[in-house]
Design a protein around this ligand. Structure first.
Ligand code: FES
Length: 98
């Protein structure tokens, strides 16, 4: 909290594929992206179908992203930090030509 606005959550900014996205302290990466009207940030290996949050509780792994270079982070569980660099994931099937 800042002294200028007591009670207000601290603002933070992450980037998704280089684009800044604003949020507040305490939000997950998925929460920030959903609040910014993003619905997907990963594609499936087989059909390149868009994926974002499905379960929202860390069970389905649909929300995987790369955060600060760490792959396969569940966006619904990862609490965002100011300056986090989030990259969407698009992985081909193992053995498939890329
Ligand atoms: S939405 Fe299911 S694990 Fe994140």
């Amino acid at each position: 909290m800042t002294p200028e606005s007591p009670g207000a959550p601290d603002p933070l900014t992450i980037t998704l594929d280089g684009e800044p996205v604003a949020g507040t302290a305490g939000q997950t990466v998925a929460g920030i992206l959903l609040a910014a009207r993003r619905r997907s940030w990963r594609t499936t290996s087989v059909d390149a179908a868009p994926r974002g949050v499905f379960c929202g509780i860390g069970v389905c792994f649909d929300c995987l992203v790369t955060v600060n270079g760490d792959r396969d982070v569940r966006a619904c569980l990862r609490r965002a930090a100011d300056g986090d660099v989030v990259e969407s994931q698009h992985d081909p099937l193992p053995g498939a030509a890329s």
